[in-house]
Design a protein around this ligand. Structure first.
Ligand SMILES: N[C@@H](CCC(=O)N[C@@H](CS)C(=O)NCC(=O)O)C(=O)O
Length: 235
């Protein structure tokens, strides 16, 4: 059995949160637009009927298709035993995952505060203002929240010894924020020891270690969600 993952082929973007869970758990999948191109992705999405996804990423298993990162990961967790296995805790894991969705959207909106349909260079003054607030108020608020969640159990992961897609997603959040805001994240790093212990532990998951050193891991770039514009970063 193999899933089809459909996501833009040249960026990590939101698809990376799904890729990391699949790779970490050793679940077979085809990264379809990386094989067939972005046009194939647009054709596939347009051709779909019924309750189809609004936007990539989406995951296909035979006749079934599901979009929204947090939802995809909840589905995979249920099917492949990646969650806690108790309804209450699994719902709380989804709560964490949805909060990651929120911070990812806010990170995107820092470089596109006026509109996603406009170029960054057409909204630079607004992006400068958005970045100042994001760096000073929002990054610490989100990271503090996740640091507290990692303190519920004994670590290094949210559930303790067992990793879940929330951990691989938090790893990706730290990676992305560090790429986009290296000065700010450097200044904040010491305040979040559990977050960075989790980050290190995720790199030691066999499937993740293999993935990170493979050419399947697309380097960060300025077409994705986590973009490094030096003018938007400061301690
Ligand atoms: N909340 C959705 C967001 C999906 C989304 O915004 N996908 C982007 C790529 S990262 C896209 O292609 N959007 C097209 C659009 O919004 O028109 C998720 O977490 O999956």
């Amino acid at each position: 059995m193999s899933y089809d993952l459909w996501y833009w082929p040249n960026i990590q973007g939101r698809g990376e949160f799904v890729r990391l869970a699949l790779e970490g758990a050793g679940i077979p999948y085809r990264d379809r637009a990386r094989e067939d191109g972005a046009e194939a992705l647009m054709r596939d999405l347009l051709a779909r009927q019924g309750f189809k996804p609004f936007a990539p990423p989406y995951l296909v298993d035979g006749d079934f298709v599901i979009g929204q990162v947090a939802h995809i990961l909840a589905w995979l967790s249920d099917r492949h035993g990646l969650g806690a296995g108790s309804l209450e805790t699994d719902l709380q894991l989804i709560q964490l995952q949805l909060t990651i969705t929120d911070v990812v959207a806010e990170t995107h909106d820092v470089h596109h505060p006026v509109g996603a349909d406009k170029y960054y260079h057409d909204q630079k003054p607004e992006a400068l203002r958005a970045a100042a607030s994001f760096r000073s108020a929002r990054i610490p608020k989100y990271l503090g929240y996740f640091e507290a969640a990692l303190g519920v159990n004994d670590g290094p992961f949210v559930l303790g010894k067992k990793w879940t897609p929330v951990d691989t997603s938090l790893f990706q959040l730290v990676e992305g924020l560090t790429y986009a805001f290296p000065r700010r994240m450097g200044a904040l790093k010491a305040a979040y020891p559990r977050l960075y212990a989790m980050h290190g532990a995720v790199t030691e998951i066999d499937g993740i270690a293999a993935y990170l050193s493979s050419d399947r891991r697309i380097p960060f770039n300025e077409d994705g969600i986590f973009r490094h514009y030096p003018e938007l970063d400061a301690e």
